[in-house]
Every structure is written in C-alpha cells, then in structure tokens.
Ligand binder design. Structure first.
Ligand code: SAM
Length: 306
C-alpha cells in the first residue's frame, strides 16, 4: 500500500497511529537485515509466525507499506484505505512513475491511464501541481479513473476518453509536455505464476505497444518516456524496445538505466545488451511479473527544439 500524501492531514505518524489502533504491528528490521534485503529483489523477510497484522516499510520504496497478501491480511478494518489516505498498489506497478520522475508542476501525458493506479501516483509525485493529461480509449475504465482521482484527492488530472494514437502531436495544448507514461494493454502474463502465451496475440499487442511509444516520441517537447507492461514475454518487452530504438523516431532517443537500485534487470538479447538498462520483476520478488524501459531524448536533438 502506498501512503497518499495528497489526502488532507496525512502524516507518517498519523498512519502509524491508525494502523496500530486497528491492531496492526509495525516491524522494524535490523540494519543488517536491511542491508542484505536491499540487494535482493524479494526484499525484506518478516520473521516467521509474525501474524497477519504485521506491516513494514518496503526496503526499495520507502513510501510503500507492505502488508500480508490479500486473504491473509486484515486491511478491511483500516479506514484509511476508504478515505484514500492509503492506496493499494502492487510494488512493481509503482516502478514506471518512479523511473519517470515527473517534476512538480510539470506537464505529463499518461497515455493509457485507466483505471488510474499510476495516474494517482504521478499526481502525488508532482505534489498535485502542473497537469497530467490522462487518456484511455475505454470509456468505462476512464470513468473508474475519474472516480478514483476524486477519492484520492487528485486535482491536477485532465482525463479524456480518446485513443492516444489519435491525439495530435501538433496540438498546442500538448506542446510543453515533457514526460510520458505509457502502460498500454498487454498479455498480463505477469499477473499469473504460470503464464500461457499465444504468439499471434503477442504480435498484435506488440504492434499497438510500438505504435504508442513511437507516437509519444513525436511530441515536440518529449524528453522522457517510461514504457511498461505486466507481461513476462520478451516479445512485448525487450523486443519492443529494441525495435523502437532501431526505427527513425527511436534513433533520437537512448535507453536510460531505469531504477538502478533494483537488482532484477531486463533480459540481454543477442545484439541488444543495453536491455540490461530495463527493469524486470517476477513472482519470487513478492510482486507480479513486470517490465519497465526508460527512454530519454538525446541531448543534441532536444537542443534543436529551442
Ligand atoms: N496505467 C493503468 C493503471 O496504472 O491503472 C493501467 C493501464 S492497462 C494496463 C492498459 C490500458 O490501456 C487499458 O485501459 C486500455 O484501454 C488502454 N489503451 C491501450 N491502447 C490504448 C491507446 N492506443 N490509446 C488509449 N488507451 C489505450
């Protein structure tokens, strides 16, 4: 669960007090435990038999609190979840926004935004200032997003039902957008421990994934793009990134090392060793299978814009 500092009056102390009053116990690991855990993707391991109401701070993402998995935990009696003060989020799902690092007061496009988990995280990182243009082509899912933004005290989002590929790169409204979060539809194979793949549908998904990245690259002020999937297939991950970088548009960008503190890296493909700059996660990391790549515009190219 992520602590939502946008909710009025939320402080670490208040969260601690409320969790303790609902019977939860904060576990504080030793320095040695922390040092060892930081090096492995599975992170901290709470002591065996510590009960279902234990919680602790994630070792890699300090604003994230770790509870026992659904079904074992007792978060239903913590009102702070209903009030939008604490937000359930898979650890790996927090990676794209963390890699992107949108500036406070900046201009951001979240191109495939619904239902809005990452949109609200971006808003929190931007201190609710600036603008996040949130697009999704699915109207029903976008409605969920607008409801969630209200519940989570987010006011800097302009949500619109639209296929991102139909958003004009020449529209003056988006001429100052520098940061793009791209989380398009994928096979979701990372959501299950034993994924099944259908090569034809992977290709179809990859076509949309590449189109979304290339479209973002054409916006005049685009500086950084975080691309993510909850897929374990390299056809939707490293191969998409490799093919985008080899294209005309892609040559104006390079791959930045995403989240250097995270130990599990992208799969090294033949002729594409830079894939190690991407991030992967897996079920044994106490989260879902996930992938993130971070593109940054080459400096010379960015200067030519001004
Ligand atoms: N980022 C979301 C979050 O954190 O809650 C999850 C996004 S989900 C993995 C993928 C979404 O992308 C779907 O809601 C789908 O409708 C949308 N989508 C896929 N391709 C799109 C496109 N070309 N334009 C706009 N939305 C798109």
């Amino acid at each position: 669960a992520r602590i939502n500092m946008l909710a009025p009056g939320v402080t670490w102390g208040k969260v601690q007090r409320e969790l303790q009053s609902s019977g939860h116990t904060f576990w504080r690991p030793s320095l040695r435990e922390k040092r060892e855990a930081a090096r492995r993707p599975s992170g901290l391991e709470p002591p065996k038999g510590s009960g279902n109401r234990i919680y602790y701070r994630d070792i890699h993402i300090p604003e994230m609190l770790v509870f026992k998995p659904m079904g074992q935990s007792h978060t239903e009696d913590v009102e702070m979840f209903d009030q939008g003060c604490l937000i359930f989020q898979q650890k790996a799902s927090a990676f794209p926004a963390l890699a992107l690092q949108p500036p406070c007061g900046g201009q951001v496009i979240d191109a495939c935004a619904a239902p809005g988990s990452k949109t609200s995280q971006l808003a929190a990182m931007m201190c609710n200032q600036g603008t996040i243009y949130a697009f999704d082509r699915d109207g029903k899912r976008l409605k969920t997003l607008t409801n969630l933004m209200e519940q989570r005290h987010v006011t800097c989002v302009e949500a619109r039902e639209k296929d991102f590929l139909q958003v004009s790169t020449r529209d003056p409204k988006y001429s100052k957008v520098t940061h793009f979060l791209l989380d398009p539809s994928c096979s979701s194979s990372g959501m299950t421990a034993q994924p099944i793949s259908d090569p034809a549908s992977l290709q179809e998904l990859a076509t949309n994934q590449k189109a979304v990245i290339l479209h973002a690259m054409r916006f005049p002020s685009c500086e950084r793009i975080a691309y993510s999937t909850c897929s374990v297939h390299e056809e939707e991950n490293e191969q998409v990134v490799q093919q985008v970088l080899a294209s005309e548009e892609g040559k104006r960008y390079h791959l930045e090392e995403a989240l250097p503190w995270w130990p599990r890296r992208g799969l090294k493909l033949p002729h594409f060793p830079e894939a190690e700059r991407c991030v992967r996660s897996a079920w044994e990391d106490r989260t879902i299978g996930f992938f993130v790549a971070l593109f940054a515009r080459r400096e010379k190219d960015a200067q030519m814009l001004f």
